[in-house]
Design a protein around this ligand. Sequence first.
Ligand SMILES: Cc1ncc(CN)c(N)n1
Length: 222
Amino acid sequence: MPYQFEDLKNSCHAEWHAYIQHSFVQQLADASLAPEAFQHYLKQDYLFLIQFARAYGLAVYKSPTLSDLKQAKEGLKAIVDIELDLHIRYCEEWGISEQELANLPEARATLAYTRYVLDTGNRGDLLDLHVALSPCMVGYGEIATWLNSRAETLRGGSNPYDAWIAMYESAEFQDAMQSEIRWLNERLADVSSARFDQLSRIFSDATRLEIDFWQMGLTQSD
Ligand SMILES: Cc1ncc(CN)c(N)n1
C-alpha cells in the first residue's frame, strides 16, 4: 500500500498528540499563558525561523527538478515573507525590538532542533530534509485548526495571543501547508517499508524536538 503523510503522523501518534496539544498551546488558547513565557518563545522563535529559512535554502539547493525547486521555494517564502515579517512586527508589539532579536543567544532547545534539521538535510536526500521540516509547517497549521475547534479557545480582543492563532489559520499559511503535504504524499507513495521506517524516525525526532521547544517557552529555559 502506498504510504502517505498521515502514516508518518500515525507512526508517532503519542508524540504528535503531545506536540499539537502541548500545555503551552492550551494556555495560549485560553489566555492563561504567562506573558514572559510568550515573550521568551517569541524571541527564540525568531532565531528558529532564521535557521529554518536556511534549511529551506538547503532544500532549494538539493532540488533536482523544477517542481522540487518550486516546492522548496514555497517553504522558504512561507518562512521569510509570511512568518518572519509578521514575527518582527508582532515582537515589536510585545516590546521586543528587531535589534534585540538580532543579538539574542540561542536556547539549547533552539540549537538542538534547528541543527538536527540542518544536519539531517546535509546528510540525507531531499525527502529526508522535507520530512524533517514537515512537523514545523504542518504542525502549526494543525494547531490553529485544533484551537479553533475547541470551545475553550478565546478568540478576538479578549485574548492577547489571538494574532498568533490568526497567523497560522490564515489562508496563505494553510495553503503552503497543504502544498507541502501534497508534495510529501507524492514522494511517500513510492518508498519501500524500510525507507519509510527511516523517514518515520526523522519525523518522530523532529516532533519530539517541537515538544521540547514548547517546553523551553513554558519554562523560559535557555
Ligand atoms: C518552533 C516552531 N515550529 C514551527 C513553526 C511554524 N513554522 C514555528 N514558527 N516555530
